[in-house]
Write a protein that binds this ligand. Structure first.
Ligand code: GRF
Length: 203
């Protein structure tokens, strides 16, 4: 399966996906990495690995105009699944319709708790004992589409935003590749808000 990965910054989830592919745990190939920011650290990771990159800045463009350019680039690279990995923009209806049930995002909380920015800080401030991360399909709304996989992470008494974020991130790196592999294996079906994952039948 040909992946298009959209980033805005560090790119550690992108790197984890690339590592899963290299270790043959994920049967996919990264066709293109697109960033809306020229200084995204993830771009360097992609260049070092010889993965095609493209910076598409959004200045002066409205959401739909921007998304049309991104969708065109993804189609040009024959992308079949779009993975948002720290991409700090909402997608337009045009984008979502261009890849039906084929856009994933990773979010550092157990959605629907703590959508939006600073999810780990939100969890600490709320005082939850368990938080985690979520891989979900993307619609036009913020962190709101059907949930594919989640991983729980306990909040420790002495956690700071940094220590909690680091433990969540380690889980993000595991479940994002796992979710993509489930799609590769065609084991995922979406019924309304519920995502069903077919078990592998015993031989
Ligand atoms: C991750 O915490 C992800 O859940 C959120 O943005 C962060 C991106 O980190 N959507 P990275 O760029 O993948 O390192």
């Amino acid at each position: 399966m040909r992946l298009g990965i959209l980033i805005s910054g560090r790119g550690s989830n992108f790197e984890a996906i690339a590592n899963s592919i290299a270790r043959r745990k994920l049967d996919a190939e990264i066709a293109i990495v697109i960033s809306n920011r020229a200084n995204a650290a993830g771009l360097e990771i992609a260049r070092e690995r010889g993965i095609p990159v493209r910076v598409i800045a959004s200045q002066g463009l409205d959401r739909e105009a921007y998304d049309r350019i991104v969708v065109e680039e993804l189609k040009l690279h024959e992308v079949e699944l779009v993975c948002l990995a720290g991409f700090m923009r909402l997608l337009s209806a045009h984008f979502v319709r261009s890849f039906p049930d084929r856009v994933l995002n990773i979010h550092p909380s157990l959605l629907p708790s703590f959508p939006g920015l600073d999810a780990q800080r939100q969890a600490l401030e709320h005082g939850v004992k368990i938080t985690g991360c979520t891989v979900h399909f993307v619609d036009e709304f913020l962190d709101s589409g059907p949930i594919v996989l989640q991983a729980a992470v306990p909040v420790l008494d002495d956690d700071s935003v940094e220590t909690l974020s680091a433990r969540i991130l380690a889980q993000e790196h595991v479940i994002y590749s796992r979710a993509i592999q489930l799609l590769v294996e065609e084991r995922v079906s979406v019924e309304g808000r519920r995502v069903r994952i077919r078990e592998i039948e015993a031989e």
